[in-house]
Design a protein around this ligand. Structure first.
Ligand code: TXD
Length: 321
């Protein structure tokens, strides 16, 4: 039988936390790849030497050779530059597209049967490029953004309402950029609409709407808020945890319904673009996209977000990727 093999491409901030989370949960053997010499070997040696105290048995190794990812069941890609204060995710397009092209070739040639989760920004464009270069079936290529954006939205709701975040369900659709679409109407606390709870709290519909809007805006800007505080890079603990939710759903065939950057084939009126939508994740990767009814305002916001993704993909085509 053997354990699952998980290859991580990119051994920076998110890559390092991913290794540790996978090891602690014993999800499989980990190979950490980076182009920086010795660094992935050093990080994984450090984590491996905690196995006795943490009590895990999986192997974690570092490499600078794509040959070592051979046979990987799952690949998670974080290779690429993060934002600096003042930058938008889209400013990373040219640099990270170059990196993603080489990564896609490396994965295609060495782990042709893997399911792939991409985290690198600008997310929706990088997932599109990976799929194009690798030629992998689209159910095996997806991106992580929505789990994180939704977790951020849920956190703000929990803080505002004074309830456990464990009881909050809120989802963010669309591209992973400033046009993302937090679904306010569907957000709930164990089934109770968040909007209703806000109206009861403030006894004023207008005020409740304003508070909801403020949470939506903070969610859209949440990545930038962390970048501004860190100054040297972007969020990495929460993006790693978010990817782990997807990794677990796939490796354990949980069939969780998670907001995923997946290829749309007509769903939500969109054809041929990767954007964040609810999807069932299991051992076949993206097993299906789940549609839900959107009102005119929500559909317009989603269309606007899809247009932003389209523009990035066109820019990438024009740059020759
Ligand atoms: O939710 C999300 N999707 C995201 C995405 C949330 C936060 C940050 N997100 C993006 O993830 C961010 O904008 C970056 O594009 C990636 C990785 O973020 P991280 O914080 O881990 O960046 P680091 O620490 O700079 O690590 C990137 C690593 C670094 O070690 C480089 O040496 C390596 O990528 N790198 C490469 N690895 C393999 N192959 C190539 N060509 C390569 N080039 C650089």
């Amino acid at each position: 039988m053997g354990r699952k093999k998980i290859a991580l491409i990119g051994g920076g901030q998110i890559g390092g936390v991913l290794v540790q989370l996978i090891a602690l949960r014993q999800l499989g053997d980990v190979v950490l790849f980076d182009i920086v010499e010795d660094m992935p070997q050093g990080k994984t040696l450090d984590i491996a030497e905690a196995a006795r105290v943490d009590g895990f048995d999986v192997s974690v190794t570092g490499t600078n050779s794509y040959k070592d990812i051979a046979g990987a069941d799952l690949v998670v890609i974080t290779a690429g530059l993060p934002r600096k204060p003042g930058m938008s995710r889209d400013d990373l397009l040219t640099t990270n597209a170059k990196i993603m092209k080489s990564v896609a070739e490396g994965v295609r040639d060495n782990a042709p049967n893997a399911i792939v989760i991409i985290i690198s920004n600008p997310l929706d464009a990088m997932v599109t490029l990976f799929q194009k270069v690798s030629g992998f079936p689209t159910n095996r290529v997806m991106g992580q953004a929505g789990v994180l954006d939704s977790s951020r939205f849920s956190t703000f709701i929990a803080w505002e309402l004074g309830v456990s975040v464990k009881d909050v369900n809120a989802m963010v659709l669309g591209g992973h950029g400033d046009t993302m679409v937090p679904l306010t109407r569907y957000a709930n606390v164990n089934g109770i609409p968040v909007l209703e709870m806000l109206e009861r709290k403030y006894k004023d519909k207008t005020k409740a709407g304003e508070v909801m809007n403020a949470m939506v805006e903070r969610t859209k800007m949440a990545g930038g808020e962390v970048v501004k505080l860190l100054k040297t890079g972007s969020a990495f603990y929460s993006p790693a945890s978010s990817a782990i939710a997807m990794v677990e759903s796939i490796l354990l065939d949980e069939k969780r319904l998670l907001p995923t950057c997946a290829l749309l084939k007509g769903e939500f009126g969109v054809n041929g673009y990767y954007v964040g939508v609810p999807a069932v994740l299991g051992s076949n990767g993206v097993e299906r996209v789940v549609e839900l009814s959107l009102n005119d305002e929500e559909q317009a916001a989603l269309d606007n977000s899809v247009n932003a993704v389209k523009k990035l993909v066109e820019d990438m085509d024009r740059l020759g990727f």
